[in-house]
Design a protein around this ligand. Structure first.
Ligand SMILES: Cc1cc2nc3c(=O)[nH]c(=O)nc-3n(C[C@H](O)[C@H](O)[C@H](O)COP(=O)(O)O)c2cc1C
Length: 178
């Protein structure tokens, strides 16, 4: 069975990025894909910023990344790049920690101005980590995600973008949006 993991490099669970994460999770679960998720900002901060390889809490999460076939990297755009929060976790992955894996970069930004941020900031790092395939990035802007009483809704363009990328990364026999 295909295994996926979502690494969320946002700074708050209340972010619209969570709405994007939840939509991706729904699609993956519909396909019967085994799913794990990591909220990096909820891991021990001191261990992250000191790159503490001996941290048991972080080591447990690194093992889960190692077991996954598809790794989603979710981030808000901060100062034209992916977050430092996400980088603290990436820095603790093994040198070729993405070998034989598909990496999927996903970002939310306040505007379209930084559409290419994942191309020049995150994709080269995923490549250095040996990702076998790096999917086309998913870039969504704040105005495409609305907070509701029960959570979040995504507009049609955001939904279409996510589904198009997932169609290419999930083995064909497993992907069929209802
Ligand atoms: C410190 C900081 C820096 C940001 N820098 C950018 C940026 O350079 N480009 C951009 O499009 N959005 C930028 N934003 C906006 C966020 O990417 C994005 O709108 C946000 O994370 C999602 O909003 P929410 O978490 O309030 O839902 C920045 C936000 C913060 C807090």
């Amino acid at each position: 069975m295909t295994k996926a993991i979502i690494i969320n490099g946002g700074n708050s669970i209340k972010s619209r990025l969570t709405g994007i994460q939840q939509y991706i999770e729904t699609l993956l679960e519909e396909q019967g894909i085994c799913l794990e998720a990591i909220q990096v900002h909820q891991l021990p901060a001191q261990h992250l910023i000191t790159a503490n390889y001996a941290s048991e809490a972080i080591a447990n999460e690194i093992v889960k990344v190692g077991e996954a076939d598809i790794v989603f990297f979710l981030t808000p755009i901060f100062k034209g790049s992916y977050t430092g929060i996400l980088k603290t976790f990436i820095d603790l992955l093994p040198q070729k920690g993405l070998e034989n894996k598909i990496a999927v970069p996903v970002a939310i930004g306040g505007s379209i101005a930084h559409l290419l941020a994942l191309e020049y900031s995150l994709k080269p790092v995923l490549s250095i980590l040996g990702a076998t395939t790096i999917a086309n990035p998913i870039y969504i802007v704040d105005s495409q995600v609305t907070r509701t009483e029960n959570g979040f809704t995504l507009d049609e363009a955001a939904v279409n973008r996510i589904e198009k990328v997932l169609e290419n990364v999930i083995p064909r026999k497993e992907f069929h949006v209802q």
